[in-house]
Design a protein around this ligand. Structure first.
Ligand code: 5RP
Length: 218
């Protein structure tokens, strides 16, 4: 069984959480894409979706699934998205696909956050995956120097612009022992738009695709 098969299993399991007549938030990435493809089969059951990226909006629309503006809906019942890493507290690293800011906004606006992932994403300590940080372009060098002071090695993601017109620094060699504290500290650096630690608002449920089936962690 490949990691992609495990992502697909987790994505399909998430369909059980989709309530009739609801508007749901949709994440970004290959696992979220599997969820979008599965959602197409039950699209008549939901009122619509809010997408966390232009790429996901395009895929949803291609399936004929309505995509709404976040500003036009109240609280979302559910947010479904993948992750680059999760610890056992369901604190996450996200942003490998560069959509972290809109992902964090849609997650914040949702009552329940279901994270879907293959088993390789579950780790003891966050930080092996380079931590994505979305930065205002003019602040790139300053923010990079501040990130070095926090013990990381920031690398500019060349040739990439976020949906919000910003750049990404991927921070290597961070051992994230206190995810909530580090999220707050890095968010306070002037010029940082969003840090890819999702700990202040962690996932509520992690559906992990494994060789032995889908495991549910809460
Ligand atoms: C995009 C993300 C994704 O959820 C994360 O990168 C996981 O991607 P994939 O499902 O392709 O493994 O945060 O910004």
């Amino acid at each position: 069984m490949t990691p992609d098969d495990m992502k697909k299993m987790a994505a399909q399991a998430a369909l059980d959480y989709v309530g009739t007549g609801t508007v749901i938030g949709i994440g970004t990435g290959s696992t979220a894409n599997h969820f979008i493809d599965s959602l197409a089969a039950i699209k008549h059951r939901i009122d619509g979706t809010v997408a966390s990226s232009e790429a996901s909006a395009k895929r949803l629309k291609a399936h004929g699934i309505p995509v709404l503006e976040l500003n036009s809906v109240d609280e979302l019942s559910l947010y479904i998205d993948g992750a680059d890493e999760s610890n056992r507290h369901l604190h996450l690293i996200k942003g490998g696909g560069g959509a972290l800011t809109r992902e964090k906004i849609v997650a914040a606006a949702s009552r329940k956050f279901i994270c879907i992932a293959d088993e390789s994403k579950l780790v003891d300590i966050l930080g092996t995956f380079p931590l994505p940080v979305e930065v205002i372009p003019m602040a790139r060098s300053y923010v990079a120097r501040e990130l070095v002071k926090h013990g990381g090695q920031p690398v500019y993601r060349e040739g990439f612009t976020t949906d919000n017109g910003n750049i990404i620094l991927d921070v290597h060699n961070m051992q994230i022992m206190e995810p909530v504290r580090l999220e707050e500290e890095l968010n306070n650096i002037a010029g940082v738009v969003t840090v890819g630690i999702f700990a202040r608002r962690p996932a509520d449920v992690l559906l992990l695709g494994t060789r032995d089936g889908v495991k549910t962690l809460t």
